[in-house]
Design a protein around this ligand. Sequence first.
Ligand code: ATP
Ligand code: ATP
Ligand code: MG
Ligand code: MG
Ligand code: MG
Ligand code: MG
Length: 277
Amino acid sequence: MANSKYAYVRNFELPDPLLPGCYLICRLDGHSFHRFSEEHAFVKPNDERALKLIDHAAKDLMSEYKDIILAFGESDEFSFLLRKSTNLYNRRQAKILTTLTSYFTSCYVFHWPQYFPDTPLRYPPSFDGRIVLYPDERAIRDYFSWRQADTHINNLYNTVFWALVQQGGQTTTEAHATLRGTFSAQKHELLFQRFQVNYNEISARFKKGSVIVRELLNEPEDVTATLELEPVTTRGEETIRAPPKRKEKRKPKTTIEILHCDIIGDEFWQARPHLLA
Ligand code: ATP
Ligand code: ATP
Ligand code: MG
Ligand code: MG
Ligand code: MG
Ligand code: MG
């Protein structure tokens, strides 16, 4: 079939390689999740079941695609960082983006009943996706800082907004009006004075989002290194050294951990130099 008279149509498929040597970030975002969250009665402002479900899908994606070394999630979105040296699907953009988006979406649906046992899916959810290339470490740090700052801003707003609606008896329009033009400090104050909520005591998952990281496990020293020196024999003047053993290039063992920590400061990155290597 490969040489049929029809095969020329293949030539219309254009290559779409991603620039080598750049970090890849793939960001997925729930399509119309404002509606999806309402139709499936998500608790507002933060449905913990939904957050755990999307974390699970992200973790599954990282288990399947080893070149993803870090992920950050909030609300209905997740960003995945791929090693800058990744050669996944020969760096074909469409192949990478479509397989990641599709696998992630499948996992979200696959695990749905575990997190929402009493809420059957009313329709199939979907996610949009994009891949952005970043040239250096600074841009990657700033990218993740941007997303985590966004998490904080949205969560503070939503926390006060839903307190005004659920406990303060305001309509959603009134609550938006109450918050218009307020600064962060005023929102903290409003939460505390009217609703006795100390924002700092709210769950780290809500305030910081989810950081999923491939951690390197400390392994015992490589034993092949010492073995290499052993097989030396002498015959007369001659020293016969056995051919060096091919050093097995074992991949370092890793685990995937879900954290809810700060990634804007230096501490997280300094403890994990492998992430930006
Ligand atoms: P688009 O298709 O353009 O992304 P969208 O409706 O998904 O539109 P987003 O800006 O992505 O809009 O916002 C997602 C919305 O989904 C949030 O505003 C919130 O209402 C809802 N949502 C997502 N996750 C949760 C959650 N865990 N708990 C409560 N609500 C959530
Ligand atoms: P890739 O990920 O590159 O697409 P692939 O394994 O999916 O790899 P394809 O060329 O897409 O390779 O071929 C799909 C294969 O799936 C077929 O060769 C066949 O073995 C199997 N397959 C798909 N649909 C059916 C079906 N309805 N019945 C039996 N086998 C099927
Ligand atoms: Mg979107
Ligand atoms: Mg969305
Ligand atoms: Mg979103
Ligand atoms: Mg196929």
